[in-house]
Design a binder for this molecule. Structure first.
Ligand code: NAD
Length: 334
């Protein structure tokens, strides 16, 4: 797995070590600001994971790391939309060139299966007030920010490697994840850590932008199902059918954290909108559910309760991250 020290990667490695103990795990990660080796320390100490520090855009390192792998799950990416608006170049280097490097190494080494973890953002923006409109298998790509454009490019490259070279590739496009080990620059942990500090949560524009939320462990289960039952050349749309506006997310967090009495005005601060802010993402996951025999198991309120508990219990993981200097403003959601 590339990007194993990031949010989804760390959850996936813990999931895999627990559910597939017979597999040997190795991760390649550059440890950017978003990578935390501390998320993996228990797995490394228990001898369940080998960690290689290196860049996915470096063909030599990638080839050496992938040699002998039966399955590659490519997660390493620059993942924060606001950073991509501020400075797009690293997104092109890591997300496009890095994905190309991984695909090319997989082709040269004849890896049995390569899976690209992608996002629903490649499909662009849906309007509010049209609940029946959702992203489905035939939805055309229409990315609208440098992050989603770079992820779309990687998806196209992966498909081209399947069509041109017959590489056994699968792709998944998933909605907004939340759960343990997520960097506090993203909405859910940002809100939890700010509320714990007695600070207001900055929310973009009118707060009505909608995302389709999935508990990270349900995403991990889907990736496992794709590795086992996915068909080469296929794309799987993954979501838990849990659409929430940013205001609703913060409201649920307030209720979960026992701050119901707090008015929304006391809890949030509406800030000027993100440039080109996509209004709504919504995924129709039914085809993936039946093809993969997979179902999300954690409802939104339950997942939020688990997440809040985790952040309360793991202050030593996230507190040092608040002190680190940032390139981009800190108030933004994905
Ligand atoms: N978080 C979400 O809600 C979400 C939703 C759908 C898809 N995705 C995709 O899932 C993947 C993982 O997302 P995440 O939220 O865990 O991201 P993250 O930002 O938390 O982690 C990214 C990881 O990749 C590593 N990395 C970055 N650049 C690298 C490079 N050049 N070489 C090697 N490693 C590098 C970082 O050190 C970090 O460990 C990404 O591809 C992202 O686009 C994320």
């Amino acid at each position: 797995m590339t990007g194993g020290a990031g949010f989804i990667g760390a959850n996936l490695l813990h999931y895999w070590a627990r559910e597939r103990p017979e597999d040997e795990l190795l991760t390649l990660d550059a440890l950017t600001y978003a990578g935390h080796r501390s998320s993996l320390v228990d797995l490394e100490r228990a001898g369940k994971l080998r960690f290689v520090r290196g860049n996915v855009s470096d063909p030599g390192v990638v080839r050496r790391t992938l040699r002998g792998a039966d399955l590659v799950i490519h997660l390493a990416a620059e993942s924060h939309v606001d950073r991509s608006i501020e400075d797009p170049a690293p997104f092109l280097t890591t997300n496009v060139l890095g994905s190309l490097t991984v695909l090319e190494a997989a082709r040269q080494l004849d890896v049995g299966r390569t899976h690209l973890v992608s996002t629903d953002e490649v499909y662009g923006s849906l309007p509010l007030g049209r609940p029946k409109l959702r992203f489905g298998p035939g939805t055309p790509y229409a990315p609208r920010n440098p992050y989603s454009a770079s992820k779309a490019a990687a998806d196209h490259l992966a498909r081209s490697y399947h069509a041109t070279y017959g590489l056994a590739v699968t792709i998944s496009n998933c909605g907004n994840n939340y759960g343990p080990y997520q960097h506090p620059e993203k909405l859910v942990p940002l809100a939890i850590t700010r509320l714990l500090a007695g600070l207001r949560v900055p929310v973009y524009g009118d707060g009505r932008n909608v995302r389709d939320w999935i508990y990270v462990e349900d995403h991990c289960r889907a990736l496992d199902a794709i590795a086992r039952r996915g068909k080469a050349g296929e794309t799987y749309l993954l979501g838990a059918e849990e659409e929430r506006s940013n205001l609703e997310v913060v409201r649920t967090l307030l209720a979960t954290m026992g701050r119901k009495g707090k008015s929304m005005g006391q809890a949030i601060e509406l800030v000027p909108d993100r440039q080109g802010h996509d209004r709504r993402y919504a995924i129709d996951p039914r085809r993936s559910m039946s093809a993969l025999r997979w179902r999300p198991q954690v409802r939104f309120e339950e997942g939020i309760a688990r997440t809040v508990r985790w952040y309360l219990d793991h202050r030593s993981w996230w507190e040092p991250l608040l002190a680190r200097p940032r390139r981009a403003p800190r108030r933004r959601a994905r």
